[in-house]
Design a protein around this ligand. Structure first.
Ligand code: ADP
Ligand code: MG
Length: 407
Protein backbone atom coordinates (compact mmCIF):
# COMPACT_ATOMS: atom_id res chain seq x y z
CA UNK A 1 0.00 0.00 0.00
CA UNK A 2 1.16 3.49 -0.74
CA UNK A 3 1.42 6.28 1.80
CA UNK A 4 -1.35 8.83 1.89
CA UNK A 5 -0.84 12.53 2.52
CA UNK A 6 -1.61 12.32 6.23
CA UNK A 7 0.91 9.52 6.70
CA UNK A 8 3.57 11.52 4.87
CA UNK A 9 2.88 14.56 7.01
CA UNK A 10 3.25 12.37 10.10
CA UNK A 11 6.80 11.66 8.95
CA UNK A 12 7.50 15.35 9.61
CA UNK A 13 7.38 17.55 6.53
CA UNK A 14 7.92 20.88 8.30
CA UNK A 15 10.95 22.57 6.78
CA UNK A 16 11.29 19.77 4.20
CA UNK A 17 11.06 20.34 0.46
CA UNK A 18 8.15 18.39 -0.99
CA UNK A 19 7.87 18.01 -4.75
CA UNK A 20 4.20 17.81 -5.79
CA UNK A 21 3.26 16.60 -9.27
CA UNK A 22 -0.01 18.36 -10.05
CA UNK A 23 -2.11 18.42 -13.20
CA UNK A 24 -2.29 22.11 -14.13
CA UNK A 25 -2.90 21.49 -17.82
CA UNK A 26 -5.57 24.14 -18.33
CA UNK A 27 -6.94 25.56 -21.58
CA UNK A 28 -5.34 28.91 -22.46
CA UNK A 29 -6.29 31.60 -24.92
CA UNK A 30 -3.05 33.57 -25.19
CA UNK A 31 -2.21 33.97 -21.52
CA UNK A 32 -5.82 33.86 -20.32
CA UNK A 33 -6.95 30.70 -18.52
CA UNK A 34 -10.40 29.82 -19.86
CA UNK A 35 -11.16 27.05 -17.34
CA UNK A 36 -9.24 26.85 -14.06
CA UNK A 37 -10.92 23.62 -12.87
CA UNK A 38 -7.69 21.64 -12.73
CA UNK A 39 -5.88 24.36 -10.76
CA UNK A 40 -8.71 24.48 -8.24
CA UNK A 41 -8.64 20.70 -7.93
CA UNK A 42 -4.90 20.85 -7.19
CA UNK A 43 -5.12 23.44 -4.41
CA UNK A 44 -6.16 21.23 -1.43
CA UNK A 45 -3.07 18.97 -1.50
CA UNK A 46 -0.71 21.92 -2.00
CA UNK A 47 -2.40 23.85 0.80
CA UNK A 48 -2.37 20.91 3.21
CA UNK A 49 1.39 20.51 2.73
CA UNK A 50 2.05 24.24 3.03
CA UNK A 51 -0.05 24.39 6.21
CA UNK A 52 2.06 21.56 7.60
CA UNK A 53 5.13 23.75 7.09
CA UNK A 54 6.55 22.06 3.99
CA UNK A 55 8.38 23.98 1.29
CA UNK A 56 6.12 23.00 -1.57
CA UNK A 57 7.64 22.69 -5.04
CA UNK A 58 4.97 22.11 -7.66
CA UNK A 59 5.86 20.48 -10.96
CA UNK A 60 3.41 20.23 -13.87
CA UNK A 61 3.04 20.33 -17.64
CA UNK A 62 0.99 22.44 -20.01
CA UNK A 63 0.09 21.30 -23.50
CA UNK A 64 2.45 19.38 -25.71
CA UNK A 65 5.67 21.36 -26.23
CA UNK A 66 8.38 19.41 -28.02
CA UNK A 67 10.86 18.76 -25.20
CA UNK A 68 12.31 22.27 -25.28
CA UNK A 69 11.23 25.69 -23.97
CA UNK A 70 8.34 27.26 -25.89
CA UNK A 71 6.87 30.50 -24.48
CA UNK A 72 3.39 29.60 -25.79
CA UNK A 73 3.28 26.81 -23.20
CA UNK A 74 4.68 28.71 -20.22
CA UNK A 75 3.10 27.99 -16.84
CA UNK A 76 3.60 31.62 -15.76
CA UNK A 77 -0.14 32.49 -16.01
CA UNK A 78 -0.90 29.36 -13.99
CA UNK A 79 1.47 30.47 -11.20
CA UNK A 80 -0.48 33.71 -10.89
CA UNK A 81 -3.85 31.95 -10.75
CA UNK A 82 -2.56 29.34 -8.30
CA UNK A 83 -1.37 32.16 -6.06
CA UNK A 84 -4.80 33.81 -6.18
CA UNK A 85 -6.52 30.55 -5.24
CA UNK A 86 -4.05 29.82 -2.43
CA UNK A 87 -4.19 33.38 -1.17
CA UNK A 88 -0.40 33.41 -1.06
CA UNK A 89 2.38 34.29 -3.45
CA UNK A 90 3.67 31.47 -5.65
CA UNK A 91 7.33 31.81 -6.61
CA UNK A 92 7.78 30.92 -10.28
CA UNK A 93 10.94 29.31 -11.65
CA UNK A 94 11.63 30.07 -15.31
CA UNK A 95 13.13 26.62 -15.82
CA UNK A 96 12.34 23.18 -14.39
CA UNK A 97 15.63 21.89 -12.97
CA UNK A 98 18.12 24.66 -13.84
CA UNK A 99 19.57 27.70 -12.03
CA UNK A 100 16.21 29.40 -11.67
CA UNK A 101 14.56 26.30 -10.17
CA UNK A 102 17.42 25.77 -7.72
CA UNK A 103 17.47 29.36 -6.54
CA UNK A 104 13.67 29.58 -6.24
CA UNK A 105 13.59 26.38 -4.17
CA UNK A 106 16.53 27.58 -2.01
CA UNK A 107 14.64 30.80 -1.34
CA UNK A 108 11.47 29.09 -0.07
CA UNK A 109 10.53 29.57 3.55
CA UNK A 110 8.53 26.97 5.50
CA UNK A 111 4.95 26.86 4.24
CA UNK A 112 5.77 28.66 0.99
CA UNK A 113 4.95 27.43 -2.51
CA UNK A 114 6.90 27.48 -5.79
CA UNK A 115 5.91 26.40 -9.28
CA UNK A 116 8.53 25.11 -11.72
CA UNK A 117 8.28 25.93 -15.43
CA UNK A 118 6.59 23.39 -17.75
CA UNK A 119 8.21 20.01 -17.14
CA UNK A 120 7.71 19.09 -20.79
CA UNK A 121 10.24 21.75 -21.80
CA UNK A 122 12.68 18.93 -20.95
CA UNK A 123 13.07 16.02 -23.36
CA UNK A 124 13.72 13.62 -20.47
CA UNK A 125 10.19 14.00 -19.12
CA UNK A 126 8.40 12.02 -21.82
CA UNK A 127 11.37 10.09 -23.22
CA UNK A 128 10.77 6.44 -24.08
CA UNK A 129 14.37 5.78 -23.04
CA UNK A 130 14.39 4.61 -19.41
CA UNK A 131 17.87 5.99 -18.71
CA UNK A 132 17.13 9.40 -20.20
CA UNK A 133 13.94 9.61 -18.14
CA UNK A 134 15.64 8.45 -14.96
CA UNK A 135 18.43 10.99 -15.44
CA UNK A 136 15.95 13.82 -15.67
CA UNK A 137 13.97 12.41 -12.73
CA UNK A 138 17.16 12.49 -10.64
CA UNK A 139 17.55 16.20 -11.39
CA UNK A 140 13.97 16.80 -10.27
CA UNK A 141 14.46 14.67 -7.17
CA UNK A 142 17.54 16.70 -6.23
CA UNK A 143 15.22 19.66 -5.64
CA UNK A 144 13.24 17.85 -2.91
CA UNK A 145 13.18 15.55 0.12
CA UNK A 146 9.88 13.84 -0.68
CA UNK A 147 7.43 13.44 -3.54
CA UNK A 148 3.65 13.65 -3.67
CA UNK A 149 1.82 12.35 -6.73
CA UNK A 150 -1.33 14.40 -7.21
CA UNK A 151 -1.65 14.84 -10.98
CA UNK A 152 -4.44 12.39 -11.63
CA UNK A 153 -4.63 13.42 -15.30
CA UNK A 154 -1.13 12.00 -15.86
CA UNK A 155 -0.92 8.91 -13.61
CA UNK A 156 -1.47 6.67 -16.64
CA UNK A 157 1.79 7.99 -18.09
CA UNK A 158 5.20 6.48 -17.44
CA UNK A 159 6.92 9.86 -17.33
CA UNK A 160 9.81 11.21 -15.28
CA UNK A 161 7.79 13.53 -13.02
CA UNK A 162 5.04 10.95 -12.58
CA UNK A 163 6.78 7.60 -12.39
CA UNK A 164 10.59 7.71 -12.23
CA UNK A 165 10.85 10.38 -9.54
CA UNK A 166 8.71 8.22 -7.23
CA UNK A 167 11.37 5.53 -7.44
CA UNK A 168 13.95 7.94 -6.05
CA UNK A 169 12.19 9.94 -3.32
CA UNK A 170 10.00 8.83 -0.41
CA UNK A 171 6.61 9.17 -2.07
CA UNK A 172 2.95 9.51 -1.20
CA UNK A 173 -0.39 9.74 -2.92
CA UNK A 174 -1.96 13.21 -2.94
CA UNK A 175 -5.57 13.75 -1.88
CA UNK A 176 -6.81 14.36 -5.42
CA UNK A 177 -5.39 11.09 -6.73
CA UNK A 178 -6.73 9.29 -3.65
CA UNK A 179 -10.25 10.66 -4.20
CA UNK A 180 -10.24 9.86 -7.90
CA UNK A 181 -9.12 6.28 -7.30
CA UNK A 182 -11.72 5.82 -4.56
CA UNK A 183 -14.50 6.91 -6.93
CA UNK A 184 -13.22 4.70 -9.75
CA UNK A 185 -13.15 1.76 -7.36
CA UNK A 186 -16.81 2.35 -6.60
CA UNK A 187 -17.51 2.25 -10.33
CA UNK A 188 -15.76 -1.06 -10.87
CA UNK A 189 -15.82 -3.10 -7.68
CA UNK A 190 -19.19 -2.76 -6.01
CA UNK A 191 -21.39 -0.38 -8.00
CA UNK A 192 -24.84 0.18 -6.57
CA UNK A 193 -27.52 -0.83 -9.11
CA UNK A 194 -28.98 0.11 -11.46
CA UNK A 195 -25.64 1.13 -12.98
CA UNK A 196 -25.77 3.13 -16.21
CA UNK A 197 -22.73 4.02 -18.32
CA UNK A 198 -22.98 6.82 -20.89
CA UNK A 199 -20.25 7.04 -23.52
CA UNK A 200 -19.74 9.62 -26.23
CA UNK A 201 -17.10 12.00 -27.54
CA UNK A 202 -14.86 11.70 -30.53
CA UNK A 203 -12.11 9.26 -29.54
CA UNK A 204 -13.98 6.12 -30.51
CA UNK A 205 -11.22 3.53 -30.39
CA UNK A 206 -9.98 4.98 -27.06
CA UNK A 207 -13.31 4.20 -25.48
CA UNK A 208 -14.02 0.76 -26.84
CA UNK A 209 -11.79 -0.79 -24.17
CA UNK A 210 -14.03 0.74 -21.53
CA UNK A 211 -17.09 -0.83 -23.12
CA UNK A 212 -15.27 -4.14 -23.10
CA UNK A 213 -14.60 -3.97 -19.37
CA UNK A 214 -17.82 -2.30 -18.20
CA UNK A 215 -20.13 -4.45 -20.30
CA UNK A 216 -20.01 -7.10 -17.63
CA UNK A 217 -20.59 -4.61 -14.81
CA UNK A 218 -23.17 -2.07 -16.01
CA UNK A 219 -26.89 -2.68 -16.48
CA UNK A 220 -27.26 -0.24 -19.37
CA UNK A 221 -24.88 1.39 -21.80
CA UNK A 222 -25.99 4.56 -23.60
CA UNK A 223 -24.03 5.41 -26.73
CA UNK A 224 -23.68 8.95 -28.10
CA UNK A 225 -21.13 11.19 -29.84
CA UNK A 226 -18.98 10.05 -32.71
CA UNK A 227 -19.05 6.43 -31.54
CA UNK A 228 -22.69 6.15 -32.58
CA UNK A 229 -21.86 5.82 -36.24
CA UNK A 230 -19.57 2.84 -35.89
CA UNK A 231 -22.42 1.13 -33.99
CA UNK A 232 -25.03 2.12 -36.59
CA UNK A 233 -22.79 0.93 -39.40
CA UNK A 234 -22.28 -2.35 -37.53
CA UNK A 235 -26.04 -2.76 -37.60
CA UNK A 236 -26.06 -2.28 -41.34
CA UNK A 237 -27.13 1.38 -41.56
CA UNK A 238 -25.47 4.02 -43.72
CA UNK A 239 -23.90 6.90 -41.82
CA UNK A 240 -23.13 9.38 -44.61
CA UNK A 241 -20.07 11.52 -43.87
CA UNK A 242 -20.24 10.93 -40.09
CA UNK A 243 -17.24 9.95 -37.99
CA UNK A 244 -16.66 6.25 -38.58
CA UNK A 245 -13.99 3.75 -37.59
CA UNK A 246 -14.38 0.99 -40.15
CA UNK A 247 -11.72 -1.17 -38.53
CA UNK A 248 -13.74 -1.29 -35.29
CA UNK A 249 -17.00 -2.51 -36.80
CA UNK A 250 -16.29 -6.15 -35.97
CA UNK A 251 -15.32 -5.27 -32.41
CA UNK A 252 -18.52 -3.30 -31.99
CA UNK A 253 -20.57 -6.17 -33.40
CA UNK A 254 -18.95 -8.41 -30.81
CA UNK A 255 -20.04 -6.04 -28.03
CA UNK A 256 -23.60 -5.98 -29.31
CA UNK A 257 -23.73 -9.78 -29.34
CA UNK A 258 -22.16 -10.12 -25.91
CA UNK A 259 -24.55 -7.53 -24.46
CA UNK A 260 -27.48 -9.53 -25.74
CA UNK A 261 -26.11 -12.76 -24.28
CA UNK A 262 -25.57 -11.35 -20.81
CA UNK A 263 -28.70 -9.22 -20.79
CA UNK A 264 -27.07 -5.79 -20.77
CA UNK A 265 -28.98 -3.13 -22.67
CA UNK A 266 -26.97 -1.09 -25.20
CA UNK A 267 -29.00 1.95 -26.23
CA UNK A 268 -28.30 3.61 -29.57
CA UNK A 269 -29.90 6.82 -30.78
CA UNK A 270 -33.03 6.49 -32.91
CA UNK A 271 -32.72 9.98 -34.34
CA UNK A 272 -29.73 12.13 -35.22
CA UNK A 273 -29.07 15.84 -35.74
CA UNK A 274 -27.24 16.05 -39.07
CA UNK A 275 -25.67 18.91 -41.01
CA UNK A 276 -24.32 19.39 -44.55
CA UNK A 277 -20.78 19.94 -43.29
CA UNK A 278 -18.94 19.96 -39.97
CA UNK A 279 -20.09 22.91 -37.88
CA UNK A 280 -22.71 24.11 -40.34
CA UNK A 281 -25.42 25.07 -37.86
CA UNK A 282 -27.71 26.62 -40.48
CA UNK A 283 -28.22 23.23 -42.12
CA UNK A 284 -28.88 21.33 -38.86
CA UNK A 285 -31.93 19.04 -39.01
CA UNK A 286 -33.19 15.88 -37.38
CA UNK A 287 -33.34 12.60 -39.31
CA UNK A 288 -34.09 9.00 -38.26
CA UNK A 289 -30.89 7.15 -37.28
CA UNK A 290 -31.53 4.61 -40.05
CA UNK A 291 -31.89 7.26 -42.74
CA UNK A 292 -28.82 9.48 -42.56
CA UNK A 293 -28.45 11.10 -46.01
CA UNK A 294 -25.28 10.10 -47.86
CA UNK A 295 -24.01 13.68 -48.15
CA UNK A 296 -24.60 14.79 -44.52
CA UNK A 297 -22.97 13.99 -41.20
CA UNK A 298 -24.33 13.34 -37.72
CA UNK A 299 -23.30 15.85 -35.07
CA UNK A 300 -25.66 15.14 -32.16
CA UNK A 301 -28.21 12.62 -30.94
CA UNK A 302 -31.75 13.75 -31.80
CA UNK A 303 -34.47 14.96 -29.40
CA UNK A 304 -36.27 11.60 -29.24
CA UNK A 305 -33.01 9.83 -28.31
CA UNK A 306 -32.19 12.54 -25.77
CA UNK A 307 -35.53 11.85 -24.10
CA UNK A 308 -34.98 8.08 -24.17
CA UNK A 309 -31.51 8.49 -22.62
CA UNK A 310 -32.81 10.81 -19.90
CA UNK A 311 -35.51 8.26 -19.08
CA UNK A 312 -32.91 5.46 -19.01
CA UNK A 313 -30.98 7.40 -16.38
CA UNK A 314 -34.00 7.78 -14.14
CA UNK A 315 -33.66 5.76 -10.97
CA UNK A 316 -30.00 4.92 -11.61
CA UNK A 317 -27.92 4.55 -8.45
CA UNK A 318 -24.56 4.71 -10.19
CA UNK A 319 -23.75 6.59 -13.40
CA UNK A 320 -20.48 7.02 -15.22
CA UNK A 321 -20.51 9.46 -18.12
CA UNK A 322 -17.63 10.10 -20.47
CA UNK A 323 -17.81 12.03 -23.73
CA UNK A 324 -20.30 14.59 -25.01
CA UNK A 325 -23.33 13.31 -26.97
CA UNK A 326 -22.64 15.75 -29.80
CA UNK A 327 -20.58 18.73 -30.91
CA UNK A 328 -21.70 20.65 -27.82
CA UNK A 329 -19.38 23.54 -28.65
CA UNK A 330 -22.13 24.71 -31.03
CA UNK A 331 -25.66 25.41 -29.83
CA UNK A 332 -27.33 23.50 -32.68
CA UNK A 333 -25.55 20.28 -31.60
CA UNK A 334 -25.54 20.73 -27.82
CA UNK A 335 -29.02 19.58 -26.83
CA UNK A 336 -28.23 15.87 -26.53
CA UNK A 337 -25.38 16.63 -24.14
CA UNK A 338 -27.59 19.04 -22.21
CA UNK A 339 -30.32 16.41 -21.79
CA UNK A 340 -27.89 13.81 -20.45
CA UNK A 341 -26.23 16.34 -18.12
CA UNK A 342 -29.64 17.44 -16.87
CA UNK A 343 -30.65 13.82 -16.19
CA UNK A 344 -27.40 13.25 -14.31
CA UNK A 345 -28.15 16.13 -11.94
CA UNK A 346 -31.22 14.27 -10.69
CA UNK A 347 -29.41 10.99 -9.98
CA UNK A 348 -29.93 9.91 -6.39
CA UNK A 349 -26.68 8.02 -5.96
CA UNK A 350 -23.19 8.36 -7.41
CA UNK A 351 -22.86 10.36 -10.64
CA UNK A 352 -19.40 10.63 -12.15
CA UNK A 353 -18.38 12.78 -15.11
CA UNK A 354 -15.04 11.88 -16.70
CA UNK A 355 -13.18 13.50 -19.57
CA UNK A 356 -11.87 17.00 -20.16
CA UNK A 357 -14.41 17.89 -22.81
CA UNK A 358 -17.31 16.43 -20.85
CA UNK A 359 -16.37 18.55 -17.84
CA UNK A 360 -16.00 21.60 -20.08
CA UNK A 361 -19.39 20.81 -21.66
CA UNK A 362 -21.31 20.82 -18.40
CA UNK A 363 -19.73 24.12 -17.38
CA UNK A 364 -20.34 25.67 -20.79
CA UNK A 365 -23.99 24.58 -20.67
CA UNK A 366 -24.43 26.40 -17.39
CA UNK A 367 -24.41 23.51 -14.91
CA UNK A 368 -22.34 23.84 -11.77
CA UNK A 369 -19.86 21.26 -10.52
CA UNK A 370 -21.78 20.56 -7.33
CA UNK A 371 -24.77 19.25 -9.30
CA UNK A 372 -22.70 16.13 -9.99
CA UNK A 373 -21.28 13.61 -7.56
CA UNK A 374 -17.77 13.73 -8.90
CA UNK A 375 -16.09 15.39 -11.87
CA UNK A 376 -12.92 13.58 -12.73
CA UNK A 377 -9.91 15.68 -13.67
CA UNK A 378 -8.38 12.91 -15.76
CA UNK A 379 -10.06 11.62 -18.88
CA UNK A 380 -7.38 9.25 -20.15
CA UNK A 381 -6.41 8.06 -16.68
CA UNK A 382 -9.97 7.28 -15.63
CA UNK A 383 -10.64 5.47 -18.92
CA UNK A 384 -7.52 3.33 -18.53
CA UNK A 385 -8.50 2.46 -14.98
CA UNK A 386 -11.99 1.52 -16.14
CA UNK A 387 -10.46 -0.61 -18.88
CA UNK A 388 -8.82 -2.55 -16.06
CA UNK A 389 -5.29 -1.36 -16.82
CA UNK A 390 -2.67 -0.63 -14.17
CA UNK A 391 -1.81 3.06 -13.80
CA UNK A 392 2.01 3.28 -13.58
CA UNK A 393 1.95 6.52 -11.56
CA UNK A 394 -0.28 4.86 -8.96
CA UNK A 395 1.38 1.45 -8.87
CA UNK A 396 4.86 2.92 -8.40
CA UNK A 397 3.78 4.49 -5.10
CA UNK A 398 3.26 1.05 -3.61
CA UNK A 399 7.01 0.49 -3.80
CA UNK A 400 7.86 3.39 -1.52
CA UNK A 401 8.97 3.01 2.07
CA UNK A 402 9.83 5.68 4.58
CA UNK A 403 11.75 4.54 7.59
CA UNK A 404 12.34 6.85 10.50
CA UNK A 405 11.18 10.13 9.00
CA UNK A 406 12.27 12.16 6.01
CA UNK A 407 15.90 12.82 5.07
P1 ADP B 1 -13.71 13.77 -23.35
O1 ADP B 1 -12.62 14.81 -23.39
O2 ADP B 1 -14.85 14.17 -22.47
O3 ADP B 1 -13.17 12.41 -23.05
P2 ADP B 1 -13.59 13.42 -26.21
O4 ADP B 1 -12.29 14.13 -26.21
O5 ADP B 1 -13.61 11.98 -26.54
O6 ADP B 1 -14.34 13.67 -24.81
O7 ADP B 1 -14.58 14.08 -27.26
C1 ADP B 1 -15.02 15.42 -27.16
C2 ADP B 1 -15.32 15.95 -28.53
O8 ADP B 1 -16.18 15.10 -29.24
C3 ADP B 1 -16.00 17.30 -28.50
O9 ADP B 1 -15.10 18.29 -28.95
C4 ADP B 1 -17.20 17.13 -29.44
O10 ADP B 1 -17.35 18.22 -30.31
C5 ADP B 1 -16.84 15.87 -30.20
N1 ADP B 1 -17.99 15.15 -30.75
C6 ADP B 1 -19.10 14.74 -30.12
N2 ADP B 1 -19.95 14.16 -30.96
C7 ADP B 1 -19.39 14.20 -32.18
C8 ADP B 1 -19.80 13.77 -33.48
N3 ADP B 1 -20.97 13.20 -33.67
N4 ADP B 1 -18.95 13.97 -34.50
C9 ADP B 1 -17.76 14.57 -34.29
N5 ADP B 1 -17.32 15.01 -33.11
C10 ADP B 1 -18.12 14.82 -32.05
MG1 MG C 1 -11.14 15.31 -24.90
Amino acid sequence: MSLNLTQLIEQGVAGKRVLVRSDLNVPLEGTTITDDGRIRASVPTIKTLADAGAKVVVVAHLGRPKGEPDPAYSLAPVATRLGELLGAEVAFATDTVGDSARSVVDGLGDGQVALLENVRFNAGETSKDDIERATFAAELAALADAFVSDGFGVVHRKQASVYDVAKILPSAQGDLVATEIEVLKRLTETPERPYVVVLGGSKVSDKLGVIDNLLGKADKLLIGGGMVFTFLKAQGYEVGQSLLEEDQILTVLGYLERAEEIGVEILLPTDIVVADSFGDEASARVVPANAIPAESLGLDIGPESAQTYAAALEGAKTVFWNGPMGVFEQAAFAEGTRAVAQALTTVDGLSVVGGGDSAAAIRQLGFSDDQFGHISTGGGASLEYLEGKTLPGVAVLDETTVVGGLG
